[in-house]
Design a protein around this ligand. Sequence first.
Ligand code: PGA
Length: 249
Amino acid sequence: MTKKYYFANWKMYQTLPSINDFVQSYKKDRIFQAQIKDKIIGIAASDEHLYLLHQKLKKTSVLIGAQDCSQFAQGAYTGQSSMLSLAQVGVSFCLLGHSEVRRYAGQSEEQITLKFKLLLAANISPILCIGETLEQKEEGITLQILFEQLESILQILAGYQGDLPIFIAYEPVYAIGTGIIPVKKDLQEVFTFLQSMVLQLLVAKNIIFLYGGSVSDQTKAQFEDIHEISGFLIGKASINFQEFKKIVD
Ligand code: PGA
């Protein structure tokens, strides 16, 4: 049976008390913990919460991740977090190129590529987020946009000898936080395309596809027959433990 991955993207939603509630509810729920043995859960939290979360969850199987990182290894870069320090606080994966970071921090493909390389070197699994806007979808250029967002990353992966799991999360921008999910035919077309790109470049080893954008207990059934999807990146519906649990269950 292939593993299923459930990554919570807590964005900037959580506070110390709400994190405490989440962790307590998770730890108390022994039945849930036993039921999810074949599933992998990860939480991408804000930098200031990472150490605490790691301390609270280090005896569990939950992975801790960052939502972004610096393109530099170390030095005079005020306000940034290096992957070296993220690794020290227990981070084992990191989101990269999330559309909110691309938009609000003006992150370029070049910066994303630099970060990707550094993450591999620091032994942190990247979760590369790619996706088109509604305008691009309506223009019929979805696959072209995905190709542009993936091209330089796949070149790096073609020469990568390590065995870190590498995640590619398809997150259509118009689906994030809106309740809108692409129709099945469009989703299947995208994942078939992504799979073929990866296969052509002979970099299929350890590449895992995720879907993100309005995943919830109500919408999860819509992804069931898309076999390329091995898991989800979940925003709003991951903040509360009970809601998150319904998706994973
Ligand atoms: P959402 O966010 O589940 O709230 O749509 C997903 C994401 O941004 O990763």
